[in-house]
Design a protein around this ligand. Structure first.
Ligand SMILES: *Cc1c(COP(=O)(O)O)cnc(C)c1O
Length: 490
């Protein structure tokens, strides 16, 4: 074959980029479900590059081979679309990043991009670190960021220990994020970004997102949102003007529980005082190709495809699980052993009205069943048991259907006691700040019929009336005897 230099490849790349841009524009005309199902993987790509495979293939290969030194030079100089080495990029990651960028930008005429990471925590690190560089002119100047204390336990640790304690980057803590003045009072000229999580895990805290976005931009800084609990099926902060969204893809997006993964999704031309035009123009692409290339937190191809398969059904799952969660919450609210139920879907929740301004089931107005906008509030809730820590543990220990695990977003119902698990590291003071008492059980309602979950809760709560709940085990599992059973003397 006769190759014609780097320029030849650059021209081919231009044509290819135009084709992909056109295809993305076409996809953007589709509804949410169609985008979730197909993403950026096209029939042309299936037929021309992937032997007709209707599902995005898993490219496990570490590296991409080039036709000649010219193509290699163009690729490694990022002049043509390339995936070169799977630590940096990979076709399977490209499909996941493409679909998440489209879903988080759905419904608005904005351009978005995404970098997939090896976990939600890696996504948070990827999203915030580029803003935490010392001031070039004055390296001694202290820097800070503003974020509520009601954040996921891992996030609390990353902020409090890895940033604040170890790197002396001050976390200015918002105690009640629903009060905008609290954010405002904590911003100064050294603030690099605002960060929020809503609805928060586990406390269901919520704030007026549009006001916080405006506040950030008035101060010339970006706002970063953890959108894990709502998912793009209920809330799309980028379409409201937020700069960066992070997702723990491990959770609702990968509902079947086979995955640890994360993602950073950004809009083009974010607001920031950091003098880095490339970063501001396309944050996610910058993070992917530069800092993450050097630090190495990007996702593996296998995990990308596992996530893709679950994302296809996101909207209908969230709808069903939100409805089930509301039913469960209403049952618990009336139960005599329950002190308080925190679920934004309940009218009794102080933030119900505010949440109802933001949490809408995407495309409900185009749904046969609804034909109009409907609020949905997700499948994370928490409830407090009367009688303190011991009573909460007794109820928790009596679940026979709901799994006891530090997990959420699963297709199976899962519960945890945050004070002794997800939020134990932050200590009693940290938990007080975040309002996570010892009698609080976090429940994430899965895809089971809600009546069966209610039955399990009802039975478990009855231990407080002195009823016993039996846990017995079979002696054989799929043909394998348990060692306890074999030791037992008949
Ligand atoms: C789980 C979780 C994270 C962290 O994600 P990992 O994938 O477990 O690293 C971040 N934010 C929220 C809201 C979470 O629930």
């Amino acid at each position: 074959m006769d190759y014609q230099g780097v320029e030849f490849y650059r021209k081919a790349a231009d044509r290819s980029n135009r084709w992909h841009e056109e295809h993305t524009r076409e996809m953007k005309k589709c509804r949410f479900d169609t985008i979730a199902v197909h993403g950026v993987y096209s029939m042309q790509e299936a037929l021309d590059f992937n032997q007709g495979s209707i599902i995005e293939p898993i490219y496990m290969s570490t590296a991409q081979a080039y036709r000649d030194s010219d193509e290699m030079e163009a690729a490694l100089g990022y002049q043509i679309p390339t995936w070169c080495y799977s630590r940096i990029a990979n076709p399977s990651l490209y499909y996941l990043e493409g679909v998440l960028a489209l879903l988080e930008g759905y419904g608005a005429d904005i351009d978005t991009s995404c970098v997939a990471t090896s976990s939600g925590m890696a996504a948070i690190q990827t999203a915030i670190d580029p803003f935490l560089l010392p001031d070039e002119k004055n390296p001694e100047k202290p820097i800070n960021f503003v974020a509520p204390t009601q954040v996921y336990g891992g996030t609390f640790q990353q902020f409090a220990v890895r940033k604040d304690q170890e790197r002396n980057i001050t976390w200015n803590k918002v105690i009640d994020p629903a009060i905008i003045e609290q954010w405002e009072d904590l911003i100064d000229e050294n603030t690099r970004f605002l960060y929020g999580e809503m609805p928060s895990n586990p406390g269901q805290s919520f704030f007026d997102l549009k006001k916080v976005i405006d506040l950030a931009h008035q101060h010339g800084i970006p706002i970063i949102l953890d959108n894990t609990v709502a998912t793009p099926a209920l809330l799309r902060p980028l379409t409201l003007g937020a700069d960066i969204v992070i997702q723990s893809v491990s959770k609702t997006l990968s509902t079947s529980g086979f995955n640890i993964a994360g993602a950073v999704i950004s809009r083009k031309n974010i607001t920031s005082k950091v003098d880095n035009p490339e970063m501001k123009a396309n944050f996610a692409m910058y993070a992917k190709t530069l800092p993450n290339r050097d630090n190495g937190p990007n996702l593996s191809p296998m995990n990308a495809v596992l996530a893709l398969n679950d994302i296809r059904t996101l909207r209908t799952r969230i709808d069903m699980q939100s409805r089930s969660t509301l039913k469960v919450a209403m049952f618990l609210e009336k139960h005599k052993h329950v002190e308080q139920v925190d679920y934004l879907g309940l009218e009794s929740h102080p933030l119900h009205k505010l949440a109802s301004e933001y949490l809408w089931l995407v495309d409900a107005e185009h749904d046969e069943q609804y034909g109009k906008p409907v609020n949905r509030y997700g499948h994370l809730m928490s409830f407090r048991i009367k009688g303190g820590s011991k009573a909460a543990r007794d109820v928790f220990d009596a679940f026979t259907r709901i799994y006891r695990a530090t997990d959420l977003g699963r297709i199976k119902s899962v519960a945890t006691i945050p004070a002794i698990s997800t939020h134990s590291q932050q200590g009693e003071v940290g938990r007080k700040l975040a309002d996570i008492p010892e009698n609080l059980i976090r429940l994430c309602v899965g895809g089971e019929h809600p009546d069966d979950i209610i039955n399990d809760l009802d039975r478990a709560l009855s231990v407080l009336d002195g009823k016993k709940v039996q846990h017995s085990s079979p002696e054989y599992s799929a043909g394998g005897a348990s060692s306890a059973a074999l030791r037992k003397k008949n």
